[in-house]
Design a binder for this molecule. Structure first.
Ligand code: FES
Length: 148
């Protein structure tokens, strides 16, 4: 998937521009941590029911996320949500990351319209798969295994 860089508002959600928080517009048009990592410790690519895909790359050291990045072919809310997830996980322990859910991402973003809330879930599900991919490389029981 080629890097797309920032999107202009609001791909896939035309007509809802005024419904987005300042942070969604900020992260959605100037995403933090957009791109890939060459040798991630955790990685996942997940396609949501809407057909959009998020990839997430994690670096882990001493039980903490030391770096995170993402790519997506999804809408601007997906861009904002995945960007938010990478900001939220950086510096956190793996156990803290496991507890990041859709509501936490929505709170970080200042909310999303009802028809865009699933975009935050797509980002969270991708994070959990990336954490799980890291956990599978470790000894059983040594790292958290996020729920499906
Ligand atoms: Fe697919 Fe937003 S519409 S992630």
């Amino acid at each position: 998937m080629p890097d797309r860089g920032p999107l202009l508002p609001i791909a896939g959600h035309e007509g809802h521009g005024t419904d987005f928080s300042d942070r969604v517009l900020d992260y959605g048009t100037s995403p933090r941590n957009y791109g890939s990592l060459a040798v991630p410790d955790g990685y996942a690519k997940y396609k949501g029911p809407c057909g959009d895909t998020v990839e997430m790359f994690l670096l882990v050291a001493d039980g903490r996320i030391t770096g995170a990045s993402f790519r997506t072919d999804g809408c601007t809310p997906a861009m904002a949500a995945a960007s938010a997830v990478t900001v939220m996980v950086t510096g956190k322990t793996l156990w803290e990351c496991v507890r990041i859910d859709q509501d936490a991402v929505l709170a970080h973003l200042g909310g999303l319209p009802d028809d865009s809330r699933h975009c935050a879930l797509l980002a969270v599900r991708t994070l959990r798969r990336a954490l799980r991919s890291f956990a599978k490389t470790r000894k059983p029981g040594a790292q958290p295994a996020p729920p499906e």
